[in-house]
Design a protein around this ligand. Structure first.
Ligand SMILES: C[S@@+](CC[C@H](N)C(=O)[O-])C[C@H]1O[C@@H](n2cnc3c(N)ncnc32)[C@H](O)[C@@H]1O
Length: 277
């Protein structure tokens, strides 16, 4: 017999504490309007841990640093698709891949979720540069959430999850698994490196410069200070002429003095060597 679900409520003080942890850890801005969503997600986590109430959960957060990661994971949205906002992939093809591309190219999918975004980049690379494995071409794919990175590294998707991929590209770049899912082919996997990285963290380990940075549908969840801190950091990691792609409802603001100019829909080109003050 299934046990009746114990109602777990998040009091105002508990909600504020969760909001403060999400802001300081991941730079997330959670408005009061999202309280019931936060309550249902946190309650699910509390039940999964076998705890009774939010007070016990806050103690568990204090006692175990790794639980903060799990909290951020339940609070963030991981929706993604292959070829989401296709115009950015068209732009990358025109700017960097057409005509066989350069011998060295670097792309970064920052906030890559389950991997659809970096694998779409990899598909585009292989379609334009079939011998990409003989060149120095890589897609770095990072996310704060270890559980999405695990799925992304496996590269296995249901038919619904690969909806944006054409039938021709499905047969070229995916194989069927025994459970009738689709697994990205080794040539695609070879082009992508998955790593855990908090965009709100104090230091990032990357040293080389990127041709394009995709940070789409990520900063929408950040507060203004976190967004403002990100633009100069992205600027410093782009080659001159490199581009930053944001999601459809995100804007690089203020553009003036940022060292970027608009180069298409939610596409920003680095114009100056010197970053903003
Ligand atoms: C909605 S998904 C976007 C996926 C993909 N970029 C796209 O547009 O389809 C947002 C991703 O941002 C990640 N994220 C949220 N806060 C982050 C942070 N502080 N550092 C790194 N990734 C973060 C989440 O874990 C989630 O996987």
């Amino acid at each position: 017999m299934t046990q009746p679900q114990i109602g777990i409520t998040l009091g105002e003080a508990d909600f504020r504490k969760i909001v403060a942890i999400a802001a300081s850890e991941a730079g997330l801005a959670i408005p009061e309007a999202k309280k019931s969503l936060v309550q249902s997600r946190v309650a699910r986590r509390i039940r999964a841990l076998g705890l009774k109430n939010c007070g016990d959960y806050l103690k568990a957060l204090d006692a175990d640093r790794s639980e903060t990661q799990n909290l951020i994971s339940v609070l963030t949205t991981n929706v993604s698709n292959f070829y989401r906002e296709q115009h950015h992939f068209d732009c990358v093809r025109e700017l960097f891949l057409a005509g066989g591309g350069l011998s060295k190219l670097r792309f970064w999918s920052a906030g890559c979720s389950n991997g659809q975004e970096p694998y779409t980049l990899a598909i585009e690379i292989l379609k334009s540069i079939p011998d990409a494995d003989k060149k120095d071409i890589l897609v770095l794919a990072t996310d704060i959430d270890g559980s999405v990175l695990e799925k992304a590294s496996k590269g296995i998707y249901t038919e619904a999850e690969i909806e944006g991929v054409s039938p021709a590209d499905r047969s070229k770049f995916f194989t069927r698994t025994p459970t009738n899912d689709f697994e990205v082919c080794p040539a695609l996997k070879q082009l992508v490196r998955f790593k855990m990285l908090n965009l709100n963290g104090p230091s990032w380990p990357m040293q080389g410069l990127f041709d394009a940075i995709f940070c789409r549908n990520v900063v929408i969840y950040f507060n203004d200070e976190t967004q403002a801190r990100l633009w100069p950091r992205f600027h410093a990691l782009l080659k001159p002429g490199g581009v930053l792609m944001l999601g459809h409802s995100e804007r690089l603001h203020p553009l003036e003095g940022s060292g970027f100019e608009t180069a298409g829909v939610t596409t920003y080109r680095k114009t100056t060597e010197a970053g903003p003050n």
